[in-house]
Design a protein around this ligand. Sequence first.
Ligand code: NAP
Length: 283
Amino acid sequence: MTIVDGNALANEIRDKLTASLSALVVKSGIEPCAAIIQITTDPSASLYTRRLQRTLTSAGIAVRVIEMADDTRVDVAVAKIRDLGEDPAVHAIQIQTPLPGHIPLATLTEVLNPHKDVDGIHPTNAGLLAQGLPAVVPATPLGGLHILLHHEVPLSGARAVVVGRSAPVGRPMALLLLQQDATVTVCHSRTTSLGDIIRQADIVAVAAGRPGLVTADMIRTGAAVIDFGTNVVGGKLVGDVDPAAADRAGLFTPVPGGTGPVTNAMLLHNVLALYKHFLEEAP
Ligand code: NAP
């Protein structure tokens, strides 16, 4: 049985990406630059922004952090994202969530340049992924797939169950598994007999935000379990899957230390992909 060491895997990914990036920078002479927009002063959002900033800067990427107040007007936020989209010195834009209630994410993604979309949230990228075409893929599910591929979990013909259908996690995870020729079932809050469905699965990927939703008895012996859940319970970070399920699984991502660090490394992967695209398109 494999307990995934997300930190070690993330370090390995970051080292490889950093080497590829520095080779590109030497060849092009153009400094890669990413912008992180955070429209809240919430300390936990700032913590996440700083973590991403550290990942990017230590790989040699210049980072512009744009912190805007919680009461920022929608038109001001929209104008900022538009400006960054047109700025030739900026190759990647990350919009941090959550956003203040009066700013819908869709309003911002509408004006986001899809060629600078770090987390694959622009409808163009989501549409390309849905059609099985090359796209910028949201970092969390991309990390989930990377974990499965890295550990050589057989995907073609495998029965995969994804719990959760959100745009940034569950839905793209299902599409990525489908691209790998798995037979995919997507479950959500209206699914009946969740346990019976999960018990059929060779691969279970869970992104529900419900601590302990998936219990050990739902896991088929030897199944690969990817837990994206990050929930704070009694001051501790826990996943959506009961840790006791690890005893039955063939591969298991713990929380913390499983999918989380890999997501962060995949954001770097996406920035590198956007920078590469910029260089290829440059006159
Ligand atoms: P979300 O937008 O709230 O979506 C949750 C999904 O789970 C929805 O599709 C919902 O169904 C489904 N769901 C809720 N209760 C359920 C139940 N009892 N049975 C089956 N399905 C249920 O959340 P999200 O953004 O996808 O995030 C999910 C979790 O992943 C959260 O804990 C979040 O913190 C975590 N996350 C982790 C990472 C990482 O890097 N590890 C990154 C992003 C998010 P409906 O569609 O029917 O409402």
